[in-house]
Design a protein around this ligand. Structure first.
Ligand SMILES: [Zn+2]
Length: 266
């Protein structure tokens, strides 16, 4: 695997080929998955691991103590906002691509509040799950987090363009470590429900690696990158609404502190 070191431009081309080759079945999958009401995330965890392995010039299936997703001890997380929605009449769960409810023939779907007061029939609440215990137990070996996010460009069943972005978060991210520590010491689960594009996300110093649009054509797909830099080391600018948030205050507001105190006394 290490016989050739690819340049940034070569990796960009490689990523495009990997994504287009592995998503070629999407036109048929969308047709049949929708007919039989099976949700489709467009890019799943498996493909996310493959595309990150390719651009990091490593392999899937890490063997370290933490059992990281990649052989170079990178940990891979995928999250897709191509999510199931709910029928407005029979309340049953149907897929993103459903136009007519297969259960009751209704064309109305429940509107709900998504992120940032955005009202849509499609929820956008998928998360990256990060294990706080594994994070600290195998911290020395861990290289970095590799996070991908898939978003529909419009919340309509005929949407065929999806934005795919990938960031890395360094393991020494101060905010992520505060968050993981609070989660680990709380009586709650050791599982961080890390929300894409949230205050926690931006405070953790995510570094954009690529940004592109996957278009689903009649019998193939086309992936167009607007940004690709495997060597980027500049974190995303924190949006105005999160700019003045103090990391510690934000973690304390989650209510871990008080419960932690009670838990320690027991
Ligand atoms: Zn229905």
């Amino acid at each position: 695997m290490n016989e050739k070191v690819y340049s940034n431009d070569e990796l960009k081309e490689l990523l495009t080929t990997v994504i287009e080759d592995c998503t070629r079945g999407l036109p048929g999958q969308i047709l049949w998955y929708t007919k039989y009401n099976q949700p489709h995330s467009i890019i799943d965890q498996t493909l996310s691991e493959v595309m990150h392995a390719a651009i990091n010039q490593t392999l899937c299936g890490g063997t370290g103590g933490g059992g990281w997703d990649h052989v170079d001890n990178g940990e891979n997380k995928n999250s897709s906002y191509v999510q199931a929605k709910f029928c407005g009449k029979c309340d049953k769960k149907v897929t993103f691509f459903t136009r007519i409810c297969p259960h009751c023939d209704s064309k109305n779907f429940k509107a709900r509040k998504a992120q940032k007061d955005f009202i849509t029939t499609n929820p956008r609440d998928a998360r990256w799950g990060i294990g706080a215990k594994t994070h600290f137990e195998h911290y020395e070996e861990l290289k970095e987090y590799r996070l991908s996010l898939i978003e529909p460009t419009k919340d309509e069943p005929d949407c065929r363009k999806f934005r795919i972005r990938s960031w890395k978060i360094n393991k020494d991210s101060e905010h992520l470590n505060l968050y993981a520590k609070a989660q680990l010491e709380s009586p709650k689960s050791n599982h961080i429900n890390f929300q894409p594009l949230s205050a926690d996300f931006y405070l953790s110093g995510p570094i954009l690696i690529f940004d592109g649009i996957l278009e689903i054509l009649e019998d193939s797909t086309k992936f167009t990158l607007s940004f690709f830099d495997i060597n980027n080391d500049v974190p995303e600018e924190i949006p105005g609404e999160y700019k003045d948030i103090s990391s510690e205050e934000h973690i304390n507001k989650k209510g871990f502190g008080k419960e932690r105190g009670e838990w320690v006394r027991n």
